[in-house]
Design a protein around this ligand. Structure first.
Ligand code: HEC
Length: 137
């Protein structure tokens, strides 16, 4: 029986190792942002400070209630505001980026910081995961 040259074995292990790492990275793309806790601890405070007074509880300006996952996913009078996995196509992102056709959100006052916009985009890119009934206050 011929022995397999050592370097073939080495190459095979290297390739398998590389494949396993690559798969793990792509399958687990931004696992942190895909957890409901990311919404609760990072995203909700931004919405709470800038959006909830018009888009939570009794307030549904533009038909949009952001208090619950159902409301968030249903969207507003012009339809869905979040395209899961695709921040650039999400009208909520157009609003905070002040890109037409969505009116600038929040309508008055200063634009959200770049860091806050990036956090919201990251959350949507990772699937817009949130608890069904997160606390709003
Ligand atoms: C002062 C009240 C107010 C605040 C604060 C506010 N909005 Fe709005 N929002 C509105 C109004 C009014 C509309 C309807 C605008 C129109 O006539 O199209 C609206 C519409 C929207 C829409 C479009 C809904 C649709 O289907 O047309 C989105 C998305 C949105 N808001 C997101 C946000 C986000 C995200 C925040 C926080 C960053 C925010 N809004 C803060 C008042 C507000």
């Amino acid at each position: 029986m011929r022995r397999t040259p050592w370097f073939l074995g080495f190459a095979a292990i290297a390739i398998l190792g590389w494949a396993a790492t690559t798969t793990a990275v792509s399958a687990g793309a931004d696992q942190e942002a895909a957890k409901p806790e990311f919404y609760t601890s990072k995203v909700r405070p931004i919405f709470q400070a800038n959006c909830f007074r018009c888009h939570a509880g009794m307030n549904r300006r533009g038909g949009l209630s952001m208090s619950t996952r159902a409301g968030m996913m249903k969207g507003g009078k012009d339809g869905p505001v979040i395209v899961s996995g695709d921040p650039a196509s999400s009208r909520l992102v157009k609003g905070i980026r002040r890109e037409p056709p969505v009116k600038p959100m929040p309508p008055k006052g200063s634009k959200l910081s770049d860091a806050d916009i990036a956090t919201i985009e990251r959350w949507i890119r990772a699937g817009a995961v949130m608890p069904a009934d997160p606390p709003v206050n």
